[in-house]
Design a binder for this molecule. Sequence first.
Ligand code: ADP
Ligand code: MG
Length: 837
Amino acid sequence: EVKKDTAKVKENEHVDSKPAVNIPLDRKPTVQAARLKLPILSEEQSIMEAIHDSPVVILCGETGSGKTTQVPQFLYEAGFAHGTGIIGVTEPRRVAAISMSYRVAEEMNLSSRMVSYQIRYEGNVTDDTKIKFMTDGVLLKEVQKDFLLTKYSVIIIDEAHERSVYTDILIGLLSRIVPLRHKKGNPLKLVIMSATLRVEDFTENQRLFRETPPVIKVDSRQFPVSIHFNKRTPDDYLGETFRKICKIHRMLPEGGILVFVTGQQEVHTLCKKLRKMFPATQNTGDSLEKKEEGIAPNSMKKGRRGRKKQNSESKAPLPKIDLDNYSILPLDEEADLHVTHGSDSEETSEDEEDMEEIEADVTGGQPMYVLPLYSLLAADKQRKVFNPPPEGCRLCIVSTNVAETSLTIPNIRYVVDTGKVKTKFYDKVTGVSTFKVTWTSKASANQRAGRAGRTGPGHCYRLYSSAVFNDEFEKFSPPEITRRPVDDLILQMKDMNIDKVINFPYPTPPDEEALKAAEKLLISLGALEEVKKTSGKKEKQPGDSSSRISPLGRAMACFPVSPRYGKMLSLGHQHDLLPYVIAIVSALSVQELFIEYEKPHNSEEEKEEFKQKRIRIMQQRKTWAGSGHSLLLGDLMALLKAVGACEYIGCSPQFCDKHGLRYKAMVEVRKLRAQLTNTVNSVIPDANVFVDPKMQPPTDLQAKLLRQIVLAGLADRVARRVPDPPPGADESQKKLKNSYQCMALEDHVFIHPHSVLYKEKPDYVLYQEIVETSKLYMKGITVIEPEWLSTYAPQHCTFSKPLEDPPPRYNAKTGTVVCHMTALYGRCSWQLPAVEL
Ligand code: ADP
Ligand code: MG
């Protein structure tokens, strides 16, 4: 070890003007032994040489090759954290930032004071921190404060293949920061790490780096993975998944199973089914987890009787599982996997016996240690996947695509891939979001398969045919920036004085439509001001420097929330409203505070149980929403009271569970509330807010003012109720009963059944978003008065000339002449009530 290090230092001397250093580490022998097995270790020298030679280096290597854990250590040992700056590593996912910082600290035998992490609301960074793992969003915020990132000597952008929006923007910014730092004589190194070879967007983009960065490929020590395609693509992929897992568990040698499904609900459904089928004592040890998995205590107590039922139930849908159904095909070249042709030794004749055995034995065989994994899962539960399963149990992890690249789960030998992914689609023009389950990309499917070959030869069972894979799968998933609204990004850029947002060196530029929509929204919120051009080009470019950030926009950009919410915060300083606005905005900014109960696809009993639970929780929300002025604030009042109530009792998991709140989200709301309170105090003079654990509910007047503030942020998300169809109307008209018209869409929209205002059917409402499921549903409803629109959303009004209609009138009390003005609202030209001038 020592010899090797000395050699390394010598090597580096001629390429770097800085004195070569070697910071010694005292690693544990077990750690050192494990490191030496990683393919990236043999590349240390070439990687470090490349980093010394070029300001920007791209590093590609299969997941598990050691990029995330080792490269920061290489840099540390080479002295990158002992000169003018520290080592920064960005991760798109919080879970990765945290777990990797712990792992690297452990490998280096250093404390978390030195190898630390920072995510949106928490971290353990100290003055001694040498390696800092953070989410990409955190580093983006730092660029805003210190454009040259002077505290770092090197930035590693990890998981660049995921193409998260912040990663893309950071790479664009760093392409400018790196040369600037060079000019200042204090160079910054940039290392971009990717699990795929698809890096053309970084290397071949003329706008990005002046000199094409070198690409280093780390050979993966990947064991062969046999890919087994289904002959047919089943409709019921979840049923097929379950059958496949049973089959693997019962027939194939030991080794962990990793299963890819599309969402949280599917993860839970499958975990539950598997735990019933192959009980392990450990599966039932954790009472809190039981609740979270939706297993009712009474069904747990039923014991064998309950299982028997399950068993007879499982008998029916379990058809013959024959491996004949799989054609064994080599992967296409894209795959970058070593593929062997699987042997045909697994005989189909065994299947019948196999099924009989399942029938005979209620427990279905060897116990299985089943763990869920998805991004909204509580962190401590996520971490469980790294621990070895209990003795005699087979590990089975049911995951969404989080397990695709950022986490390497040990000892996986079998991968079951549904080939599906659930993605939020966002319509750039209408703003409607839909969750769609679609085929994933070829690149993702190959990543998934690769998880099986980390510790030994593995198998990947694809529950779709090779024809579907070849014909229907896209090569790559599109970068996130092309799939989501960009208003927050544009505001951040304008705040960094990047006026020509269209010219920004995006690795992949966002859609022009999305840029236009974002700019339009920001202008209507008052965050940007249009700059009138006196001369020059006639043709206006989208995202051109025709707008500039306003003082209001600067204030809004300080808040780490959507610009709409930033606007609400900047308006809340009167009437002691800020604590309420902060609480509401915090609750709206975290994903899914109110648990969305999806119908289980299981037994009648479970459906009934689910119905009862939902009724109880909806009643709770209605109680929170209250009546009168309180209820008019609608779903936001329910959120506000939920946050208040939870804080009052000290935010316990039990409280959340009982009241249909997601504990992990509530913890986040708490942190965001504290953070926003600090920011508000620094941005708004004399705000003097604090988080009051005994916050009183708003008064009637305050509730009304809150509705007006919400309107200021959501003026384009107003909907008006459509008159009910006349008696004797035809079917198509009847379908439009209780529907609303909004500005974004031609189609009628409806209040979501989970809204506390579902039954109230107010005339004018605001919504937070429209989602398309069976219908177009508005979520997050608040009632407004139409006469407010001309005051709080004049930008959407077409006003009549004053003095026209109705005629002016003399007010004897005030001694003034009162003029009226009428207005038409928005694209739909709703006639608004007249207002006094
Ligand atoms: P990459 O970033 O290239 O995907 P990593 O550096 O994350 O690879 O992983 C390298 C090795 O370290 C893998 O074999 C993985 O199993 C192991 N490893 C990573 N994190 C942990 C952890 N928390 N506990 C145990 N082993 C880990
Ligand atoms: Mg990694």
